[in-house]
Design a protein around this ligand. Structure first.
Ligand code: GLV
Ligand code: GLV
Length: 321
């Protein structure tokens, strides 16, 4: 019989067609994330799992799927939802979708930066509320980007794409990470490596582009927020738990920073209640890669990984433990 390919949530037809070359495709009909028990049932007997970032995939799930499981293809660049060493230990390949979502995520990051610094959400709410308003020189003033310093945490593909956009806005760029980028990357971006504390102390806007790992969980905590410049902004388009959301609410209430834009949340889809009421916070529902082109490219890349591995070939974009 043909190998079973379990797809945990809707994916574009183009990707389903590619998967159908390699096996029997079963797509979850539920319009929501499967619960842990449902996910176990749905993936039982699968040779391949095409999963979403809300699916927890660990050794127990792989064991429940059975010995035929060969690949877990995450339709996301982030893979913090997957216990990669546990899967590697069982001979299961893990893949992600780097590259194809870089520009979409960097574009969304700049959308958030502009919404935050130019108070677009606040203005939109005011217009829709039919509040009286008129143009005047002091009305709904934000702050400009030119000459300001952008602090990029994690100068990977997405961080670099954000840096290129920031240069076009006339921003100075500093960045931090585990180690400095190659000097040709630094000079092409005119980006300067600084230690994290120095980035916090010097940046007018801090944008997070590091993956979620044990080291980056709550990287932006109460102490980090206190170390930011008063008047600085925080933007998070990577993974919610990189920021301590409750500490962020405290910092905004205390006026330690000027505002924050979040596309991702610590307990997605829940949002810290105190942030919801604040006008200095911009909130979007994990839209970083949400364009037709990008989502199609992500699903197609995941499907090609599955086809390749089920045919006995190397994966295209493997996540190594
Ligand atoms: C989305 O958040 C991704 O990791 O691709
Ligand atoms: C991180 O996933 C990156 O590509 O920057």
């Amino acid at each position: 019989s043909r190998p079973l390919i379990a797809v945990t949530r809707w994916i574009p037809d183009e990707a389903v067609k590619i998967l159908a070359e390699a096996g029997e495709v079963r797509v979850s009909p539920a319009d929501r994330p499967l619960g842990p028990g449902e996910l176990r049932e749905f993936t039982a007997g699968a040779s391949a799992i095409v999963g979403m970032l809300h699916d927890r995939v660990d050794g127990a799930l792989a064991d429940a799927a059975g010995p035929g499981l060969r690949i877990v293809a995450n339709v996301a660049v982030g893979h913090d939802n997957i216990d990669v060493p546990a899967l590697a230990g069982r001979g299961v390949v893990v893949t992600n979708t780097p590259g194809v979502l870089t520009d979409a995520t960097a574009d969304l990051t700049f959308g958030l930066i502009l919404s935050l610094t130019r108070r677009l959400g606040e203005g939109e709410r005011l217009v829709r509320a039919r509040e009286p308003w008129s143009f005047h020189l002091g009305f709904l003033l934000g702050s400009g980007l030119q000459g300001k310093t952008l602090g990029i945490v994690g100068l990977g593909q997405i961080g670099r794409a954000v840096a290129r956009r920031a240069a076009a806005f006339g921003m100075r760029i500093v960045y931090t990470g585990r180690k400095p980028a190659p000097s040709e990357v630094e000079s092409a971006l005119a980006a300067e490596f600084v230690p994290f504390p120095e980035l916090l102390a010097g940046a007018d806007l801090v944008s997070l582009h590091c993956p979620l790992t044990a080291e980056t969980r709550h990287l932006v905590d109460a102490a980090a927020l206190r170390a930011m410049k008063p008047g600085a902004y925080l933007v998070n388009t990577t993974r919610g738990p990189v920021v301590d959301e409750s500490a962020l609410a405290d910092a905004l209430e205390a006026g330690e920073i000027a505002g924050a834009a979040l596309d991702v949340f610590e307990r997605e889809p829940s949002v810290e209640e105190r942030l919801l009421a604040r006008d200095d916070v911009v909130l979007t529902p994990h839209l970083g890669s949400a364009t037709v082109e990008t989502r199609t490219a992500m699903a197609v890349l995941a499907a090609r990984n599955v086809v390749s591995v089920l045919a006995g070939n190397d994966p295209l974009t493997e996540v190594r433990p």
